[in-house]
Design a protein around this ligand. Structure first.
Ligand SMILES: Cc1cc2nc3c(=O)[nH]c(=O)nc-3n(C[C@H](O)[C@H](O)[C@H](O)COP(=O)(O)OP(=O)(O)OC[C@H]3O[C@@H](n4cnc5c(N)ncnc54)[C@H](O)[C@@H]3O)c2cc1C
Ligand code: SF4
Length: 341
C-alpha cells in the first residue's frame, strides 16, 4: 500500500477545511476501498476518513419519505427496511449481499459506490480500461462469465456488483450530496451511474470532492415485493442475475410495477422498456415474454456470459408471475412475499 495523508471528517461541513481534492478518496467501512488499496488499484494520495462522522448514522421518517444517512450500515438499514412494508424489497436485497460481518461494516454510501468485481480489474498484470484508461480490456476475450450483457461498450463489459443499488433503483431513491464549496445536489439513483462508453473509469456523475450525505426513498404503496438473486452459492457470492420487483395488481391487470436488474448491467439496470409494456395491461404469458424480449433486445453476450440472456428472461418472467399469483391469493398483503400477513 502506498503512503497517504489522512484527514478525519466529523461532519459534512468540514469538507471545506480539506486543502484539496486531487487524488482523494472517502473511506467509509473500507470493505472495498482498503482491498483495492492493498492491490494498488486505488492509490489515493489522501484519504478522508468518515468513521467519526456520527451525524450521518441516522434514519429519519417523514410523512412522504425515508431519509437514510450515508454512514448507516447495511445491517441497520436491512433491519429497518424489514419493518416497513413499502421498503421490504431493500431488506431482501441487502440480506442477500455479502455476509453478516461485511454488512455490519459496509455503509449506505460505500455500497452504492463500490467498484466492479471484474477479475481483470483486480489483476494489475492484465489490461483494463477501467483501471488504466486506454490499456485495453482483457475480459472481452477472457473469462467473462460474470460480466454484463446490457449497456456494455467496446471499452468495458464489467457488471455493477451492488444488490442494494438494484433495490434502490426499483424504489426510485435519490442520492443527496455536498461538495467542498458547500453546494448540494439531489441525484436520482437511476441517473447516478454512467454507461462506460469510451470512459469506463468514470462510473458515476459524482465529482471527486462530492460526498454522499444521505439517500431518500419516497414513501408509497408498492404492493408485493421480491428480490430474487441467482448466484453460484447461496451466500457470499455476487449476483449472476438478480431481479428486483414491486407489483400491484388490479384484478388481472398490472396497476403498477417497478423492475430493476442486477448482475447483468454495467450499472443497476432500470428495466424501463419492460415496465412500459407491462404497466396497465392484463398479465399473460405472451405479454411477459414480449416485455422480457423488449428489455433484452440490445443485450450482447461475450461467450462465457451468453447464458445470462435466457437466465434473465426466465428469472424476470418467474418473478413477475410469482408476485402476480401471490397478490391474487393474498389481495390485502403489502411488502415482501414471505413477510407477515
Ligand atoms: C467477500 C465479499 C463479498 C461481497 N458480496 C457482496 C454482495 O453479494 N452484494 C453486494 O452488494 N456487495 C457485496 N460486497 C461488497 C460490499 O457490500 C462493499 O464492499 C461495501 O458495501 C462497501 O461499503 P463500505 O462502506 O465498506 O465502502 P468503502 O470500501 O469505504 O468505500 C467504497 C467506495 O465508496 C466511496 N465512498 C464511501 N462512502 C462515501 C460517501 N459517503 N460519499 C462518497 N463516496 C463514498 C469510497 O471512496 C470508495 O470509493 C462484498 C464484499 C466482499 C469483500
Ligand atoms: S471489463 Fe471493464 S473492468 Fe473488466 S477488464 Fe474490461 S475494462 Fe477492465
Amino acid at each position: 500500500m502506498k503512503p497517504f495523508a489522512l484527514h478525519r471528517l466529523k461532519n459534512d461541513k468540514q469538507l471545506s477545511s480539506i486543502p484539496h481534492f486531487s487524488s482523494s478518496k472517502f473511506l467509509a467501512g473500507g470493505t472495498n476501498l482498503v482491498d483495492l488499496m492493498k492491490y494498488q488499484i486505488e492509490e489515493p494520495e489522501q484519504l478522508i476518513d468518515l468513521s467519526a462522522w456520527h451525524d450521518a448514522n441516522y434514519i429519519n421518517e417523514t410523512d412522504t419519505a425515508y431519509e437514510i444517512g450515508a454512514m448507516v450500515t447495511n445491517t441497520e438499514l436491512a433491519n429497518f427496511a424489514y419493518s416497513r412494508s413499502d421498503l421490504s424489497l431493500l431488506s431482501q436485497a441487502l440480506l442477500s449481499g455479502a455476509t453478516v460481518q461485511l454488512r455490519n461494516r459496509a455503509t449506505t454510501g460505500g455500497n452504492l459506490l463500490q467498484r466492479t468485481r471484474c477479475y481483470y480489474f483486480y489483476d494489475t498484470a492484465k489490461s483494463c480500461n477501467k483501471r488504466e484508461p486506454g490499456s485495453g480490456c482483457a475480459a472481452m476475450e477472457g473469462y467473462n462469465r460474470n460480466h454484463a450483457i446490457l449497456g456494455t461498450s467496446k471499452h468495458c463489459i464489467a457488471s455493477h456488483p451492488s444488490d442494494m443499488a438494484v433495490a434502490m433503483t426499483a424504489l426510485d431513491a435519490t442520492v443527496h450530496t455536498r461538495n467542498r464549496a458547500g453546494e448540494v445536489r439531489a441525484i436520482p439513483v437511476r441517473n447516478l451511474y454512467q454507461l462506460p462508453e469510451d470512459t469506463p473509469e468514470q462510473e458515476t456523475c459524482l465529482q471527486e470532492d462530492e460526498l454522499i450525505v444521505a439517500v431518500t426513498i419516497p414513501k408509497k404503496e408498492r404492493g408485493v415485493h421480491l428480490y430474487r438473486k441467482v448466484r453460484d452459492r447461496s451466500s457470499y457470492a455476487f449476483a449472476l442475475v438478480s431481479v428486483a420487483c414491486t407489483l400491484q395488481m388490479d384484478d388481472h391487470a398490472i396497476a403498477s410495477i417497478s423492475l430493476a436488474f442486477g448482475g447483468v448491467g454495467v450499472k443497476p439496470w432500470h428495466a424501463i422498456k419492460a415496465e412500459g409494456l407491462l404497466q396497465g395491461n392484463t398479465l399473460s404469458d405472451d405479454l411477459l415474454e414480449q416485455a422480457a424480449q423488449a428489455e433484452i433486445a440490445d443485450a450482447t453476450g461475450f461467450g462465457h456470459n451468453d447464458f445470462k440472456i435466457p437466465l434473465l428472461v426466465n428469472t424476470m418472467k418467474n418473478v413477475v408471475s410469482t408476485l402476480a399469483q401471490f397478490q391474487q391469493d393474498h389481495p390485502t398483503h403489502q411488502g415482501a412475499m414471505y413477510g407477515q400477513r
